[in-house]
Design a protein around this ligand. Structure first.
Ligand code: NAP
Length: 270
């Protein structure tokens, strides 16, 4: 049986176990997927113990993606670009390799599931934290016209943009916001009760603007509610991204590709 899991703090809310169990059933594998509550200063100790117990690898969620990055001796190019690791695998020769599947998962959800086109489009991202750093590289592979980063703290948006070499990624302040973006992605942790839209002018949303929130919820998130009220044509939360990033992690561990649509629908219904 394949032993894997997710490291987080908190971790109880994680839906990763049911996602990976669904993938495993699909390909006829038996897995044990554990939720592991990691004390804030014990990432390395917990990782060593889990791998020594025979785990093949594990996922990493808030707040340990930087610790995971430092823990790995080898990293994928997505992980290097993101400066964060959300999936670890112990290779057969004992090497600990880190991946970041968040950006790949988001782009797969947008392109494959939502059938949105990003090539040549004007994208606005709200927020400049770890999640946003993890998605920019993958979004750039779709060749958008530009990606504007707007963050409550402008200096953080500037620092983030400096870590990318592309001239198409720009940190902007409120005066730099344009009208009618093609796609607006919220990557803030303002939460399900935050009033994200209070600070934003409605003109950034036009009749063909599509809105995506990395957060997922059973009802419209505050950002998606605001985008819808401002006239966005489509509003989508991050549940699809969660399942798609998990599918990439599952493939890293098993070399098997899975169908995600039924898993997304099942989660949405439950
Ligand atoms: P983070 O590193 O802590 O960054 C938080 C960001 O949100 C910062 O840019 C922060 O701005 C901004 N922010 C926080 N409160 C705000 C408020 N009240 N108004 C405006 N901006 C606010 O967090 P993260 O790791 O990037 O995660 C962001 C979100 O993405 C989380 O909710 C996480 O659950 C979600 N996520 C989803 C998936 C998925 O698979 N669907 C994957 C990864 C992450 P300042 O810089 O000004 O503090």
């Amino acid at each position: 049986m394949m032993l894997v899991g997710v490291f987080g703090n908190p971790v109880e809310h994680s839906r990763s176990p049911e996602i990976h169990q669904a993938f495993a059933e699909q390909v006829g594998l038996e897995i044990e997927y554990r939720k592991i509550l990691v004390p804030l200063d014990e990432f390395n100790k917990t990782a060593d113990a889990f791998l020594n117990e025979g785990a093949l690898g594990f996922n990493i969620t808030v707040p340990f993606k930087s610790d995971a990055f430092n823990y790995c001796s080898v990293r994928s190019k997505e992980a290097e670009l993101a400066g964060a690791v959300n999936t670890i695998i112990k290779l057969t020769d004992g090497t600990i390799k880190g991946h970041n599947t968040d950006g790949l998962g988001l782009v797969n959800d947008i392109i494959k599931n939502m059938r949105w086109i990003l090539e040549g489009k004007r994208i606005l991202i709200l927020g400049a934290g770890g999640a946003v750093q993890g998605i920019i590289g993958s979004l750039l592979t779709e060749c958008p016209r530009h990606i504007h980063i707007y963050n409550r703290t402008l200096s953080k948006a500037r620092a983030l943009v400096d870590s990318f070499t592309s001239e198409n990624v720009l940190a902007i302040d409120k005066d730099g916001l344009q009208s009618d973006y093609d796609v607006i992605i919220s990557g803030t942790s303002a939460g399900l009760t935050g009033n994200v839209g209070d600070d934003l002018p409605a003109f950034i949303v036009g009749p063909s603007t599509k809105a995506y929130d990395l957060i997922y919820s059973t009802s419209l998130t505050p950002f998606l509610r605001w985008a819808k009220d401002s006239g966005a044509v489509e509003c989508v939360d991050g549940l699809g991204m969660l399942v798609e990033q998990a599918a990439f992690a599952f493939e890293i561990w098993t070399n098997k590709q899975v169908v995600t649509t039924n898993v997304i629908n099942k989660l949405r219904d439950s």
